[in-house]
Ligand binder design. Structure first.
Ligand SMILES: [Zn+2]
Length: 455
């Protein structure tokens, strides 16, 4: 017994020593890392030109992309100009469109499209500064590289971004102004983090709710009563239920892919408000989601289940590159065994639609949205979710009829798509929708997966 106690004590002391050693080594390593990091930054930032700064006139995150517009005048003529993110050792070149306005005066933007620009998902861990890099050569071909920093000319300040969950991991990007001494700077600080409880990857908005059923159709192809929307033969199929069915399946598939998914409603008896917190116009941004998918089914109002319209219509934002929309259309039609809609109105590409307010709608409705034009996106699911990128308009001036969208003026918003998956008053289409909700859900999820792999 005694011997055993002694052994135990010895063992304890041994374990303690190992633990302490690991702790001390860890602290030394941490200290070393911090010192090296600090030193790099200092030596690096002190080489930056202080004669002039590029002015940033607009910047916005839409989905997984960040766009930056700016202008600058250089004190000298240069051979080469690049927009870079640099930490003094590694330099990431950023695609931009540069225009020389007059001698050594330039304007630039990272893209014409709101869903292009800096891919925030791809940035490596570290502290990077946004800089204009200039390169010159003298007569002996000696290279001179100079860096110019940027200053904030907008009303906006710091941004934070959480990357989509990949292998159970997330990075956070703090995009912060003026973090170094008195110099104007824009720092991208990228580090691994645990996703906060209230931050999500993707929001699904199953259209309509317990009080608003949306379109209805009859399971036998007959026509619902004009006034009640209910069927005298067959069962009444309600759009809100179909939307929820596809949405719940989509949620399951996306979660299997590892994403954290928020829903504006999850049960048939849930009520959804548009502009309140976690409403159908606000949920995606309340949860810092990168994508918002509004799921709907269509109707053309034709009786007898013989609507000539059928198939998929994907409604998208203004000023976007259609890469993601194209993939979504192709994956949905393939996986759900359906077609794109033949509807020509608002169509911009096969299966892709951009719906703006018409002159008539503007003349007839002076309320929502408050300052619309023929360039204002019709669907709030796209317009209001996108903040300044999609010219959201609901600033609260028509409260309480239309409460304020808290994100209307945000420069950090989700990329939003509205799916009209098929026509409920085309009987063939209705049968496919009723029997094949899994296929539609799979199509959307596969579309997202393929798009993210290519980005
Ligand atoms: Zn609907």
């Amino acid at each position: 017994m005694k011997k055993r106690k002694k052994l135990k004590r010895k063992f304890l002391a041994y374990t303690l020593t190992i633990c302490l050693t690991i702790c001390i080594l860890g602290l030394i390593y941490l200290g070393y890392r911090l010192m090296v990091k600090k030193e790099n930054n200092i030596s690096f930032l002190e080489t930056i030109e202080t004669t002039t700064y590029a002015e940033i006139n607009k910047y916005a995150i839409y989905g997984i992309h960040m766009n930056i517009d700016g202008s600058f005048t250089l004190p000298e003529e240069v051979e080469n100009l690049n927009l870079v993110l640099s930490n003094g050792q590694d330099t990431i070149d950023i695609d931009w469109q540069l225009e020389e306005l007059e001698n050594n005066s330039y304007s630039f933007k990272t893209s014409d499209y709101i869903n292009e620009g800096i891919v925030l998902e791809d940035l490596p861990i570290g502290e990077y500064y946004l800089l204009i890099k200039t390169t010159n050569h003298d007569e002996n071909n000696n290279e001179t590289i100079k860096y110019y920093s940027v200053q904030n000319k907008t009303d906006y300040s710091d941004l934070e971004y959480y990357t989509l969950t990949k292998n159970n991991k997330n990075n956070k990007i703090d995009i912060e102004w003026n973090t170094y001494q008195e110099f104007p700077t824009l720092r991208f600080n990228i580090f691994e983090t645990k996703l906060p409880d209230d931050v999500y990857d993707i929001t699904i908005d199953p259209g309509h709710d317990a009080v608003d059923s949306g379109m209805t159709a009859c399971s036998d192809g007959s026509t619902p009563d004009y006034y009640t929307g209910y069927c005298s033969s067959g069962t009444t199929v309600k759009e809100n239920d179909l939307n929820l069915e596809v949405s719940l399946k989509l949620k399951t598939i996306l979660e299997e892919m590892g994403y954290k998914v928020a829903m504006t409603r999850e049960n048939k008896d849930d009520e959804v408000y548009i502009y309140e917190k976690y409403g159908s116009a606000t949920m995606a941004n309340d949860t810092k989601s990168k994508f918002n998918f509004a799921i709907h089914h269509n109707s053309s109002g034709v009786t007898g289940g013989v609507s000539y319209l059928k198939g998929l219509e994907l409604y998208v934002a203004n000023d976007i590159n259609f890469d993601f929309a194209d993939i979504l259309v192709s994956e949905i039609t393939k996986n759900a065994n359906t077609t794109t809609s033949p509807k020509a109105l608002y169509s911009v590409k096969d299966g892709i639609y951009q719906r703006f307010f018409t002159e008539e709608e503007i003349a007839n409705d002076d309320v929502q949205p408050s300052n619309k034009t023929t360039n204002t996106i019709y669907y709030y699911n796209i317009r209001e979710v996108g903040g300044i990128s999609t010219n959201a308009t609901n600033d609260g001036r028509y409260y309480p009829t239309y409460p304020k969208n808290e994100h209307y003026n945000s420069n950090n918003t989700a990329e939003s798509y509205l799916f009209e998956l098929g026509y409920m008053d085309n009987y063939q289409n209705l049968l496919n929708i009723m029997n094949n909700s899994e296929g539609y859900a799979k199509g959307i999820a596969e579309g997202l997966k393929n798009y993210l792999e290519q980005e």
